[in-house]
Design a protein around this ligand. Structure first.
Ligand SMILES: *Cc1c(COP(=O)(O)O)cnc(C)c1O
Length: 355
């Protein structure tokens, strides 16, 4: 507290990002970063852009990047908005589309940034409880609302909702916006990008942080009806017209164009995920079906917070959320095969010591 603060700050509970410890080298399976390097084309482009032209402002329209994204999704550049990480795009989307007078809906177990933005922007919200098996109760998103937001696959569960259910929600809510956060869609789910031409109330948000190994670059985007994109631009140009710098624009554009590299690295992560799932099941873990680059797991006799602590002591970081319904679960990012062998070896020892 400070007497100069806007009183609103006293009530805020800001988002708590996963740890990024600087003390020693950990095996980081806690923030869903990609174990593989970014596309070599992206790195080369960033290096090339590191030149005297940095004295100029970047392109405020981000046209080259938007063209690359449009090509990838087979849409028009006018249907693309880009931002400094998808967290920023999400914040702009709240400001653009959620009327604070109306109640928005999102799941009780989901990306923990959603309530943070709702509190900051004064949005009323109602939490929709996930089913007991952590699937999304589609019918509860058909009630009256001032907007809907959820990730697909959901985080931190990893559970993917089939496209026909997504379409059902979007179709039924033709008078309110549906924001679909596809941060993890490249790891085996089916994108709703093919629905944006059909439904003017659907906004799909993506990030380069996970699938494109560019968490350190900060690149995210939204695709949707041109009217929605115009709304986002109005907000952006009322806050900061240059959200992506020259290096980020160069790197993100090449990363998006290098489809082959994306396909190769995501296929590797999916195959590691399936192997690790089987190994964990053999050790008695319950593993939720994941279409993301992480697993959400629980063990019948080893408490999650103890596993978390023991792994940490062994130099392995995973994510533990001390929250209702999920306080006996761990979220484990899929790393390289070697990192996951190391993780499984340590878990195996624990299970043998405390059967
Ligand atoms: C990681 C993540 C984001 C944020 O990604 P950035 O682009 O790095 O800001 C958004 N939504 C979900 C569900 C995520 O897991």
């Amino acid at each position: 507290m400070n007497k100069f603060w806007n009183p609103l700050l006293n009530e805020l509970e800001p988002y708590a990002p996963g740890e990024q410890p600087q003390d020693k080298k950990y095996i980081k399976l806690n923030t869903n970063e990609n174990p593989y390097p970014p596309s070599p084309r992206a790195i080369a482009a960033i290096q090339q852009a590191t030149n005297e032209r940095l004295r100029f402002y970047p392109d405020p329209e981000c046209l080259e990047l938007r063209k690359a994204i449009a090509k990838y999704h087979k849409i028009l550049p006018e249907q693309v908005f880009v931002g400094n990480g998808s967290d920023e795009v999400l914040a702009f989307a709240y400001l653009s589309f959620f009327n604070p007078e109306k109640t928005i809906l999102f799941p009780d177990i989901t990306y923990s940034f959603y309530p943070v933005y709702a509190n900051l922007f004064r949005n009323k919200y109602k939490l929709i409880a996930l089913n007991d098996d952590f699937t999304l109760p589609v019918e509860k998103f058909l009630q009256e609302n001032g907007g809907i937001i959820f990730p697909n696959p959901n985080a931190p569960t990893g559970i993917f909702l089939p496209l026909k259910n997504i379409e059902g929600i979007v179709k039924h809510n033709s008078n309110s916006i549906v924001i679909l956060d596809e941060a993890y869609i490249a790891f085996g789910g089916e994108s709703a990008d093919k629905l944006i031409d059909k439904y003017s109330n659907l906004l799909v948000i993506r990030t380069l942080s996970k699938s494109h190994s560019l968490a350190g670059l900060r690149g995210g985007y939204a695709i949707g009806d041109t009217g929605l994109i115009e709304g986002l631009n109005r907000v952006k140009n009322s806050i900061n017209s240059y959200t992506l710098d020259r290096l980020a624009l160069a790197g993100a554009t090449e990363a998006i164009l290098d489809r082959e590299y994306l396909e190769k690295t995501t296929a590797k992560i999916i195959s590691t995920r399936e192997k690790v799932t089987l190994s964990l099941i053999k050790l008695d873990f319950m593993v939720l079906p994941s279409k993301a680059n992480f697993l959400f797991i629980t063990h019948p006799s080893l408490p999650a917070n103890e596993i978390y602590q023991l792994l940490r002591e062994k130099g392995i970081l995973v994510r533990y959320f001390n929250k209702p319904r999920i306080n006996n679960f761990l979220r484990v990012t899929i790393g390289s095969d070697q990192e996951m062998d190391n993780f499984l070896h340590t878990i195996n020892e624990m299970v043998n010591i405390h059967p």
